[in-house]
Write a protein that binds this ligand. Structure first.
Ligand code: SF4
Ligand code: SF4
Length: 401
């Protein structure tokens, strides 16, 4: 006869999932000051975003109590590999003391053998030597937003007075380089720079940068028409194809995230980018007050998964809403079902499916671009991956098809 079961914490959450072990939360994207920023970039998706639940709230800043709870709960849940990523708005507005406290808490609460990684995305305006001491001492990885040469960058990335920020960012980059802090570049592709793949490539190489992530910009008016800075799928496709040609001879010394991720997929690894995952459940966003969401693009009341001050990560991982969001990516599309790139592309990103007409059922806005670049890059990347894996595996082993 069965005896009484010992209750397992986190498995009785009302409205939770009861269909087996939930996919693990593999990293947390923390917004210590919510969407608050010291810049006023014209294309920022937080600007005028009605759905932002915190838009009108004053004092959006994570308290030390919330930080302590976050570190404690996440270190416990994620042992032995704990990945903390910080983003905003501009996360450095939380102040250096906030991040020094974070590191002290991590050292204090981490268990023997626990690997703790930290990363931070920044516009680099506030970066100085004291920040670098912290980043270098604990091997942080930074992502710095820089859209290219001065005229290109300053078209949209302006401060609260409407002035360009390029000079300040370059100063921040130089400090990071001098202080030997590891960083990569996050370059938003907008109408300002998408027709200049060669200029961007030369610019970043000339700065001594060896790791760039290009982020395509696609924001839409309520009627579905693209905002003026939004790039077209054909522009994005051409940009990627031309960049691929430039990058190929440099591929062993210069990282471009899109191609890295495609190679990872071809190698049968889980790609770094969630866009190439089958479902949207690899990370969660933690807002300044501890609220939790499944994706940075969907910080909206309807997708709230819980709050770390009252819910454990195990409970949050099992929330039915998390599963519902995860599966949005899998909503079938006839084009995708018959597409030869489906097992790399995985139907694109729900943000770009939802974008123009607010419908997850739609095709990813950038589909045409993906088809252009996968047709160009897949074979060379496949051969490269075969070489790197050190064996002459057949296409059947390496092919995702
Ligand atoms: S919606 Fe897009 S960005 Fe968000 S988790 Fe899914 S693939 Fe990633
Ligand atoms: S390339 Fe287009 S059709 Fe093919 S899987 Fe991706 S989004 Fe779907």
């Amino acid at each position: 006869m069965d005896g009484p079961l010992i209750p397992i914490l986190g498995q009785q959450s009302p409205g939770g999932w009861d269909g087996g072990p939930p996919p693990r939360i593999t990293s947390v994207l923390i917004k210590p000051v919510s969407a608050v920023c010291n810049l006023d970039c014209a294309y920022c998706f937080y600007l005028d975003r009605e759905a932002d639940p915190y838009k009108e709230l004053p004092g959006r800043r994570m308290t030390l109590e919330t930080l302590e709870r976050l570190v404690d709960a996440y270190l416990f849940y994620s042992y032995p590999d704990s990945v903390f990523a910080f983003q905003g708005g501009e996360p450095t507005l939380a102040g250096l003391a906030f991040f020094e406290k974070l590191v002290r808490l991590q050292m204090d609460r981490g268990r023997p053998g626990q690997n703790i990684g930290n990363s931070l995305q920044t516009n680099a305006i506030l970066i100085d030597e004291s920040w670098c001491d912290l980043f270098r001492s604990y091997n942080w990885l930074l992502g710095v937003s820089l859209d290219g040469p001065e005229d290109v960058h300053d078209l949209y990335r302006v401060n609260k007075s409407g002035r360009g920020t390029w000079r300040q960012v370059i100063k921040g980059v130089e400090i990071l380089q001098k202080q030997r802090v590891e960083f990569n570049i996050l370059c938003v592709l907008s109408q300002a720079n998408v027709e200049q793949p060669r200029e961007l490539y030369r610019f970043f190489r000339g700065l001594g940068i060896d790791n760039v992530q290009y982020i395509p910009l696609a924001e839409f008016q309520p009627d579905g028409s693209p905002m003026p800075f939004t790039i077209t799928p054909a522009q994005y496709g051409r940009f990627l194809c031309e960049t691929f040609e430039l990058w190929w001879p440099d591929r062993r010394k210069f990282r471009i995230r899109f191609f890295d991720n495609a190679a990872e997929a071809l190698a049968g690894l889980k790609p770094g980018s969630c866009t190439l995952h089958e479902t949207c459940d690899s990370y969660v966003v933690i807002e300044y007050n501890g609220d939790v969401y499944p994706c940075d693009f969907f910080v909206e009341s309807s997708w709230r998964l819980g709050n770390i001050m009252v819910d454990s990560f195990s409970e949050i991982a099992r929330r039915r809403r998390r599963y519902e969001f995860a599966r949005v990516k899998m909503i079938p599309r006839a084009e995708c079902a018959n597409c030869e790139w489906r097992s790399i592309c995985r139907q694109g990103c729900p943000k770009f499916r939802h974008g123009p007409h607010r419908r997850f059922e739609d095709l990813d806005y950038f589909c045409e671009a993906y088809k252009m670049i996968y047709a160009r890059c897949t074979e060379p990347l496949r051969r490269e991956v075969e070489k790197l894996l050190g064996r002459r595996e057949t296409a059947a082993t390496l092919s995702p098809y």
